[in-house]
Write a protein that binds this ligand. Structure first.
Ligand SMILES: [Zn+2]
Ligand SMILES: [Zn+2]
Length: 142
């Protein structure tokens, strides 16, 4: 773990939404699912998973909107600028995933696992970085 200044802070492109994380997140992961591809515009989306109760929105709650698919977690974004900020799925052990690109500074943690590689984008190879790969959810058996 790298030394980081706490709380970690972050927010959206327009500055309306700001958050804080009071402890270093314990785990981070890449998601290659099609929803994350559409949401982020990228081949995979890295999220950091904070310990319960350590993540809070400190500004701009009223600018936040979310989309919740019937069979998936809530995807929260800034309604003013469209920045994707975090996901929430109460059914998962790591129920919050902070989109790592929204951190102001280095959050210390590095993604250590890849999920939904069965849905990986055909136009970019999954990096050969030795990280464990799950065909579907990383909460299920690989
Ligand atoms: Zn914004
Ligand atoms: Zn995903």
């Amino acid at each position: 773990m790298r030394m980081v200044e706490l709380p970690l802070t972050g927010g959206c492109n327009c500055g309306a939404v700001r958050y804080e994380v009071s402890e270093p997140p314990a785990i981070a992961s890449y998601c290659h699912c099609k929803r994350c591809q559409r949401r982020s515009g990228a081949a995979a989306s890295p999220s950091a998973h904070p310990a319960p109760g350590t993540f809070r929105i400190v500004q701009g709650t009223e600018h936040l909107k979310h989309w919740k698919p019937e069979d998936g977690g809530e995807k929260w974004f800034c309604a003013d600028c469209g920045s994707s900020i975090f996901g929430r799925n109460p059914g998962h052990a790591d129920s919050i995933g902070i989109r790592m690109g929204t951190f102001d500074t280095d959050p210390g943690i590095r993604p250590s696992v890849r999920a939904f590689v069965a849905d990986a984008a055909p136009w970019e190879a999954v990096p050969d970085d030795g990280l464990p790969r799950h065909r579907g959810s990383r909460h299920a058996t690989p």
